[in-house]
Each structure stands twice: as structure tokens, then as C-alpha cells.
Ligand binder design. Structure first.
Ligand code: UD1
Ligand code: CA
Length: 469
């Protein structure tokens, strides 16, 4: 029998070759996302956080997609083993064993479809294992349907796992189940999986049969799960949605405990970073690689995707932004739309019903109402009046608008790009700018106003008479 080696190197095998039929999807099951990340990502993270120095993921269905994702996100920290045909969980482990690093003494065996499993639960296995060849988590549940049942002898020792499809009527009543989370000693595991046989209802090699082998050769160390909810396996989209709800609460609470105010039903994706004293209001959605600086405020209903928000910025309700940068103390919204590559610098204001795209609004510049600012560069301290439109597109190409520092653009102006408006220049209200405006110049292009004395009454009388005909 192996001696205790709780400090020896750990590895992990994660099973992810199954089709996931019940997802009814063209996408492999483990790539279905919750809180902005595929479920396999969480399992790999948990294994690494629990101390696995070597992670092998078994892929099969959709293997190219799964492999590409893992390579992109984890690089050399994760290796791939291929299971060509899915002949069961035991067969999947067999396929992975040749890929294990040679110096590994113990290995976690996990499933790619348990995204709520955290490192805290996992690390209880090496802590409890002692000299057993196998340690496993067990869970009591009110509805054991679908899970393998834990079989114990009269002394309470685990002696096996019975799959639902192989269980007798009595065994089906057992409410202690197998969540599919194990830690095995590698020499034991190699021997045990090579001894597996497909003499069962599903004609598969069951990994669960190694439990009986362990019980006959040194004993199984069973650990009751602390947090049964975290062991849920995801088989369909209803379960995926339920797990995502749990995860959103966990993420929000993690930010709250690190000094962020997160109100109501704000949804913060797993990869989002938020600094202390930021306020994330009710019904805000923060996605992707978004980052919110200290003391910034993101108000009700705003949706930010891959957005960098600097300290002290204030995003008023219903601001929508993507792949953009918002500077220190800048003010956005309500109802602003920052499309990709918008840069709103320090102290700049972008107000209601203003849309920007590939545009820089430099320090202290303001566009407070109703504007389209595409492909532009708005100089420091410039003021862009209500209703201004950068006419950036001629039906074939996009063109740039440049506005100098301190310039004033009167309301309802159209700036026909490409064009440059000089430093300190003044564009009169209602002007259509088609030529460059020199520094300090006034541009005015609109028809002169004419007032006809007393004409209003005559006009009304005529219109009234006409309406009665
Ligand atoms: C398995 C366990 C069951 C346990 C349950 C927990 C076995 C025989 N049964 O059943 O005791 O209660 O998990 O959720 O192990 N996979 C492969 N290759 C295969 C088959 C499966 O990689 O050939 C992967 C799947 O992608 C999945 C995981 O193994 O990630 C579990 O497979 P699944 O078919 O969902 O097993 P269950 O029937 O749920
Ligand atoms: Ca399953």
C-alpha cells in the first residue's frame, strides 16, 4: 500500500468528450457559457486553484473547438487527450493516462460539466485521503435521479457506485449520490481502469467501477460535500441557466466583499475587474474584459462590453458601450451609445442620445445632446452642440472629422467629412460644413432670415378658408 503523500504533486484529468445531446446544440456542451465563460473554463480554473500542476482534458465531440479554446485561454497549462469514440467515463480516463506527466502521484478526476465546483471543495480530497487509493465526494439529495448511487456496507464503508440504469428498485431509493469528483493514486488508477469491463446496461466502461476495486484494495475515502449546490452537473439549458444564476450571485458577492457596491440584479461576468468604492447599480450588465475604476458609478440599466472605465467616471442610466475607454471623472449618459473604439478622455461629457464610433472626445470636451460623432477627433475643451452630425460616410468610404481644441460647434450642424475645424473656431448654428475652417474663424452657411410684417394673420385666414372648401 502506498504511504500518505499529501504533499506530492497533483494532476487533474477533466472529462469533456461527451456530446451533450440534451443541450440540443451544434456547439460542444463544455463550451456553452455561463457568466461570459464556457463551463470547461471554470473546471480547469478549479483544478489549477486546487493545486493541480498538470491538467489533461479529454476531448472528443467538437474536439477542434474545445482544443482551440483551451489553447487560447490556458496555453501550456492544459494538455489535450483525444477519445476517438465515447465508450464511457472509464474509457475516457484510459485515454488520458498516457498523457499524464510521469512524476504525478495523485490525480483529480473531474467532469467538464460541473462549472460550480470550486477549489475549496476539491482541496478537501487530498486533505482527507490518507493512505486510501481513492477519495471521492458524495452528496445527499432529495432527487437522486440520473446520478450513480453510493453503495455502503453495514459498517458504513463505501463499497461501490451503482449507475441509475443498472440499479435495483431498492438501490434506486438510495439518496446518497456520486457527483463524479474523485482523487486517485496514479498506480492504483492505471491498474483499475485497465481492469474495467463493459458488462453493464450501457455497454460502457464505467469509471465508477474503480470505486469497488478501491474498496477491495485499501478502502475508499468518502467526503460528504460541503456545498451540494456546487456539484450540479449541467446536462441541459435549464440546468445551465440555474447554474448561471448561482454564479452571478457568487460573483456579485465576491465584489461586494472586496469593497464594491453591487445593487439589485446587476450581472457581472466572471472576467470583469472592479475596484473598491465603485457603484454598480441595479440591472447593469458588465461583460467580457470590462474594468471599472475606483469610485466610478455605473447607473441603472447600463450595458458595458469590454469597456475600460477610469476612476470617478459617472455613467448615468442606460448607457451602452462596447470596446471603448472612459476617462477619469468623465460623464456619460443617460442613454449614450459608445460604439467600438470610442475614447472619452478625462472630464469629457457625452450626454443623452449621443452616439460615438471610432472617435476620441478629448479632455474636457462636451457633446451633451443628440449627436452622431463617427470617425472623429474632438479637441480639448471643444463644445459640440445638440443635433450635430458628423457625416462620415459617402456610401463607399468612411471619412474623418477633426475639431480643434476649444472650438464651438453650434447646434444642428452637419460636418461633412473629411474636414478639419480649426482651434478655437466657431461654427454657427445650422451650418453645413463642407470645407476646412481655419483656426479662430467663424463658419456660417445658412440662408438669411426674412420677416414679413403682419403676414401671419393673412396666411392663417387664407389657410382657414381653404380648409372649408
Ligand atoms: C456520471 C457517473 C455517475 C455520476 C454522474 C455525475 C459514470 C459511469 N457515471 O454519469 O455515477 O453520478 O456522472 O454527474 O461515470 N465523458 C467522456 N467520454 C465518455 C463519456 C463521458 O469524456 O465516453 C464525459 C462527458 O463529456 C461528461 C462526463 O464524462 O463531461 C460525464 O459523462 P456523463 O455521460 O454526463 O455521465 P453521467 O451519465 O452523468
Ligand atoms: Ca452528467
Amino acid at each position: 500500500m502506498t504511504t500518505d503523500s499529501s504533499a506530492s504533486p497533483l494532476s487533474a484529468i477533466i472529462l469533456a468528450a461527451g456530446q451533450g445531446t440534451r443541450m440540443k446544440s451544434g456547439r460542444p456542451k463544455v463550451l456553452h457559457e455561463l457568466c461570459g465563460r464556457p463551463m470547461i473554463h471554470y473546471v480547469v480554473d478549479a483544478a489549477l486553484a486546487a493545486g493541480a500542476a498538470d491538467v489533461v482534458v479529454v476531448v472528443g465531440h467538437g474536439r477542434d473547438e474545445v482544443t482551440a479554446y483551451l489553447a487560447r485561454e490556458f496555453g501550456a497549462r492544459v494538455r489535450i487527450a483525444v477519445q476517438e469514440t465515447q465508450q464511457g467515463t472509464g474509457h475516457a480516463v484510459r485515454c488520458a493516462l498516457p498523457s499524464l506527466a510521469p512524476d504525478m502521484e495523485r490525480v483529480f478526476l473531474l467532469c467538464g460539466d460541473t462549472p460550480l465546483l470550486g477549489a475549496a471543495e476539491l482541496t478537501r480530497l487530498p486533505a482527507a485521503m490518507g493512505t486510501s487509493p481513492l477519495a471521492m465526494l458524495t452528496v445527499r439529495t432529495v432527487d437522486p435521479t440520473g446520478y450513480g448511487r453510493i453503495l455502503r456496507d453495514s459498517d458504513g464503508h463505501v463499497v461501490g457506485v451503482r449507475e441509475q440504469k443498472d440499479a435495483s428498485a431498492d438501490e434506486l431509493c438510495i439518496d446518497e449520490v456520486n457527483p463524479g469528483v474523485y482523487l486517485a493514486r496514479v498506480p492504483f488508477l492505471r491498474e483499475a481502469v485497465s481492469a474495467l469491463r463493459a458488462d453493464n446496461a450501457q455497454k460502457e466502461l464505467y469509471l465508477t467501477d474503480v470505486v469497488e476495486l478501491a474498496s477491495r484494495g485499501g478502502g475508499v475515502c468518502s467526503v460528504a460535500a460541503d456545498d451540494p449546490a456546487s456539484l450540479a452537473g449541467i446536462n441541459d439549458r435549464a440546468q445551465l441557466c440555474a447554474a448561471e444564476e448561482v454564479l452571478y450571485v457568487r460573483i456579485a458577492d465576491r465584489h461586494r466583499r472586496s469593497g464594491v457596491t453591487v445593487r439589485g440584479t446587476a450581472r457581472v461576468d466572471a472576467g470583469v475587474v472592479i475596484e473598491p468604492d465603485a457603484v454598480i447599480e441595479h440591472a447593469v450588465v458588465l461583460r467580457g474584459a470590462t474594468r471599472v475604476g475606483a469610485g466610478a458609478r455605473v447607473d441603472v440599466g447600463s450595458v458595458l462590453t469590454d469597456v475600460q472605465v477610469a476612476a470617478g467616471a459617472n455613467l448615468k442610466p442606460y448607457s451602452i458601450a462596447q470596446s471603448s475607454t472612459i476617462g477619469v471623472n468623465a460623464q456619460i449618459g443617460p442613454f449614450s451609445h459608445l460604439r467600438p473604439e470610442s475614447t472619452i478622455e478625462e472630464d469629457a461629457h457625452v450626454g443623452n442620445f449621443v452616439e460615438t464610433k471610432q472617435t476620441i472626445v478629448r479632455r474636457g470636451a462636451k457633446a451633451n445632446h443628440l449627436a452622431y460623432l463617427g470617425d472623429g477627433d474632438i479637441g480639448e475643451g471643444a463644445n459640440v452642440g445638440a443635433g450635430t452630425i458628423f457625416c462620415n460616410y459617402d456610401g463607399f468610404k468612411k471619412h474623418r472629422t477633426e475639431i480643434g481644441a476649444g472650438a464651438f460647434i453650434g447646434s444642428d450642424s452637419q460636418i461633412v467629412a473629411p474636414v478639419r475645424i480649426g482651434v478655437g473656431a466657431y461654427v454657427a448654428t445650422g451650418t453645413t460644413v463642407t470645407r476646412d475652417v481655419p483656426d479662430g474663424a467663424l463658419a456660417i452657411a445658412r440662408t438669411k432670415q426674412e420677416n414679413k410684417e403682419g403676414y401671419a394673420d393673412r396666411l392663417k385666414a387664407r389657410l382657414k378658408a381653404a380648409s372649408k372648401k
